[in-house]
Ligand binder design. Structure first.
Ligand SMILES: [Ca+2]
Length: 296
């Protein structure tokens, strides 16, 4: 015993010397494949929603064969959005890749699943990319949403069936989604193919976390987002002078449009799905009309 102790201490000392050298040479990669139904990373619920958090579960039908997936539901208050983020440093330039299970449902109502980035748990905002495969109008979309938009998504881009590589899926299944951010310009890849129209300006938030998003569109209903092979590769640490998350600033140019399919929970109850006009004025202030008939 007396002889083995110094050897043990020497091994610790060597490992401590090696760790900084390795870390300095390459950027850390954050990876969770949920082997055997156990998470490899820590996940945290988004504090502005209903505290649904991603859970690792056993699943033999996962994508990488290690027997587990990550699952985020909206069960806590069935029918609302849920969002969970990977606990790492907030990132500004990065590559995010994950397998996402996209449900396909009949009609106009149904669950949607997606990935989120620039999640800001202090200000309550984020961007999300979702697959929304209701058969009446299947879309993939990119939107900015959160407390600053009164939880109404401000859509940046829709991809319809004719713009999806391979067309709109006819049955539920796994798809690889990759999101790359470079100087607030986002590119989205679907099953390895770059989606048209980008890169997209996404600079309402300066940096944030990445995570998983689930919601139900068209009323109250359960939604479930399943992910696997979730990999975040941060780049350009220190590229920004900003420390942590800074207050949100909206685009300075004027933008107008219509928000739809949104619901809010307030102290007085649930607002039904409605359409609103929105405007981002010259000063970057965001406002919405009370309904789609009202003018500003
Ligand atoms: Ca797995």
């Amino acid at each position: 015993m007396k002889k083995s102790l110094p050897v043990f201490l020497i091994l610790i000392a060597i490992s401590m010397l090696q760790a900084p050298a390795g870390a300095a040479g390459r950027q850390r990669e954050y990876r969770d494949t949920f082997p055997g139904g156990k998470a490899q990373m820590h996940w945290m619920f988004f504090p502005f929603f209903n505290k649904d958090n991603l859970k690792a579960v056993k699943d033999e039908a996962d994508t990488d064969g290690d027997g587990g997936v990550g699952v985020l539901t909206n069960d806590n208050m069935g029918g609302f959005a849920s969002l969970s983020y990977l606990v790492a440093k907030p990132v500004q330039n990065f590559e995010l890749s994950a397998m996402l299970y996209c449900p396909v449902t009949e009609g106009k109502k149904g669950p949607l699943a997606g990935l989120a980035f620039f999640i800001d748990p202090m200000e309550g905002d984020f961007y999300r990319v979702v697959c929304d495969f209701k058969k009446d109008e299947p879309t993939i979309s990119l939107a900015f949403v959160g407390r600053s938009t009164l939880d109404y998504p401000v859509y940046i881009k829709f991809w319809g069936a004719d713009e999806m590589p391979g067309g709109a899926p006819q049955k539920a299944g796994w798809h690889r989604i990759e999101i790359t951010l470079d100087d607030y310009k986002a590119k989205i890849y679907w099953d390895g193919q770059l989606l048209d129209g980008g890169p997209f300006q996404t600079d309402n938030i300066r940096k944030g976390y990445v995570g998983v998003y689930a919601n139900f569109v068209g009323g109250l209903g359960k939604a479930k987002a399943m992910v696997d092979e979730f990999v975040l590769k941060p780049e350009g640490e220190g590229i920004s002078a900003s420390k942590g998350i800074v207050p949100l600033t909206l685009h300075s140019e004027k933008q107008t449009g219509t928000l739809c399919h949104s619901r809010k929970l307030s102290a007085s109850g649930i607002f039904p799905a409605v359409s609103h006009k929105f405007e981002i004025n010259d000063q970057g202030r965001f406002r919405t009309s009370r309904n789609d008939k009202e003018s500003f």
